[in-house]
Design a protein around this ligand. Structure first.
Ligand code: NDP
Length: 269
């Protein structure tokens, strides 16, 4: 049986908004059982309703990925209600932008704890559950293109995502032969609540600053469903194939080419 045809039990972290919410909904569309966690529990009801409208079964529970006890409580509750986990989507993440030396030690730590340690805590429990049952499984790590093009003033964010990708790749090797796949879904600009807490003036300044480094070259931005569909592709790839890394980027807006036409062949020679 391929992983496409059998309903699976999935955990999605950071599912109260944005990409995590969309991933949960798309997994619901596959008819899967989906456990969704985040700190803003008031928002998880909406995610659960989307999962169920799409045809899946949802379970909501508070989750703070920075707290190993919260992670353990979440996983035990999710498995008790939905059954053992087959799929984990490590999506919870955040960033605090600014000059490296001006960011407080506690804010740097919060970023590391959320983006790297959080995924570590959840992943170790998911792997243990899968291995104990000799079950096939999928681990997805939602990363950022900041791992490919380092992003000044988001130094720790990029470093946590690079560490996350390293974890994903090393685990893919450590788990070879077990049927557990580990996939990086590396994401470019996406319209979510990411950065909603940032000062709008700082955002304006950052966009200009990043251009100096060739970052954020155009205004293309994706809807979270586009990323969620890429996650689904990785998860529904049949047995025997492993998508190591899927990078999802917004297409450049058409106006860009209209504003700066490429040279015609005769001019180019
Ligand atoms: P959102 O801010 O919309 O979603 C972030 C999610 O993470 C929320 O559900 C939030 O829930 C959750 N979260 C944050 N901290 C914790 C925590 N301690 N415990 C549990 N959940 C937590 O942003 P996105 O949807 O954009 O972000 C999703 C992922 O995509 C992140 O890993 C981000 O780094 C990545 N990404 C996003 C890009 C973009 O352009 N948007 C680009 C590249 C990567 P709550 O606050 O309720 O706990």
């Amino acid at each position: 049986m391929t992983s496409e045809s059998k309903p699976r039990t999935a955990v999605v972290t950071g599912a109260s908004s944005g990409i995590g919410q969309s991933v949960a909904e798309e997994l619901g569309r596959l008819g899967w059982r989906v456990a969704v966690g985040a700190r803003r529990t008031d928002r998880l009801g909406d995610t659960a309703a989307r999962v169920e409208r799409a045809g899946g079964q949802a379970f909501t529970h508070p989750l703070d990925v920075t707290d190993p006890q919260s992670v353990e409580t979440f996983m035990v509750a999710a498995e008790a209600v939905l059954g053992p986990v087959d799929v984990l989507v490590n999506n919870a993440g955040m960033s605090i932008p600014g000059p490296f030396h001006e960011i407080s030690a506690s804010d740097h730590l919060r970023e590391v704890a959320t983006n790297y340690l959080g995924a570590l805590y959840v992943t170790r429990l998911a792997i243990a559950s899968m291995l104990a049952r000799h079950a096939r499984g999928d681990l997805v790590f939602v990363s950022s293109d900041a791992t490919r093009q380092p992003r000044p003033r988001m130094v720790t964010y990029g470093a946590t995502k690079a560490a996350l990708e390293h974890m994903a790749r090393a685990l893919a090797m450590e788990l070879e032969g077990t049927g557990i796949r580990s996939t990086v879904v590396r994401v470019g600009p996406t319209f979510t609540e990411f950065g909603f807490s940032w000062d709008p003036e700082q955002v304006e300044e950052l966009l200009g600053y990043w251009l100096r480094f060739g970052l954020q070259r155009h205004a293309g931005v994706m809807e979270p469903t586009s990323v969620a569909r890429a996650v689904v592709v990785a998860l529904t790839t049949p047995e025997g194939v492993h998508l190591d890394t899927v990078e999802v980027q917004p297409e450049a807006p058409a106006e860009l080419r209209a504003a700066e036409p490429l040279p015609r062949p005769a001019e180019a020679s």
